[in-house]
Write a protein of this length. Sequence first.
Length: 402
Amino acid sequence: MSADGVIVVGGGIVGCSTAYELAKDGVAVTLLEQHAVAFGASGRNPGFVWLHCRNPGFALDISLAARRRYPELVEELPLPFEFRESGGLIFFLTPEQGDVVEEFVAARRRDGLPMEMLDGSDVRRLVPPIRSDVLGASYCEADAHINTPLLVRSLAEGARRHGADIREGVTVTALARDGERVVGVETDAGRLEAGTVVLATGAWTRRLLRANGLDAPIGAERLGVIGTRPVAVRIEPVVYGPLAAKQYALFRDLASYDDAHFTAPYEEHGVEMLELVAQRATGEVLLGCPMDYPSELDDAPTLEGLLATARAVAEDFPGLRDAPIDRVWAGLLPYTPDTLPIIDEAAPGLYLASGHVFGNAAGPMTGVLLSQLIRGVEPELDLREVRLDRGLELPDGATARW
């Protein structure tokens, strides 16, 4: 390719969004993916476009902007990706949990999100398989659902139709340099040169950077998912259970919050539950997500994770106990210590776009922002919060909180 073009490394939602926006804006772009597009975290998540718990500041700003972008992508992209403006909820089962959720909803309203409290009958209407003693839920109408693998493939195809070169099965082995400047990449298929390289490699970013004398504080947490065969029941919103609350600072920082009310006995042996349920257009129900932190980049589901998921779902969604299981899998979710992605020029000619713990909500706008940066256009969002040099350290063995 021409040395004045752009190489994007990584075929997930961030990389394919970046390739799509660059190609649409007339930039010569080549995307390299070591497996197939949507192979990593983007191909393995339950599809939440989750604004419910996005922290004020950049995280909420980029998520709101991406949420506005999604209906445009429905019209622009060549392939459907099951975008559903479904809303989302976090249900609660005890009065103590309800007090926390009510305080949370009031805080979110002050942040400008369209939030409300639902009673138990509303939750049972929206989520028919849920337990009969559910007391209520927080609800955000801005939350949505996508089939993330389909979105990523549609972004890649859209980029291709705008002239991008999408190359799958190509592994980047090193950054090519001319002094301090990055001028391309070395791959198992040979050297490729470009004026700009973008690393959108998720949980694999740190390994690639360290091999080239650079670093970024990006860790990996493993999230497991169980997928059922299609079932007749319809669950329109995306659903979190109360166990998910402890994962978010927006809950943990509330005066009424107590860990004891949001922890289950089966969360043990290093596994915590981000309890969730979502249903795809086919009727397949996705159940998850056990979280742990493998010492290596290992995306294999574990028996401990499956056990925790089965316990949570059997207790809280008795209407799904007989749902036939079709498959199980896990993915590696990238994260940074402050939960914000890194969107910055890490070295001359090298941009990082990684650490997206909420990639479905931020990915589409990250592509827009990178295209603006690379083309010398003022980004439409302030990027100071997502600079690489913001003083982050990734402690070994620490549990990630969002």
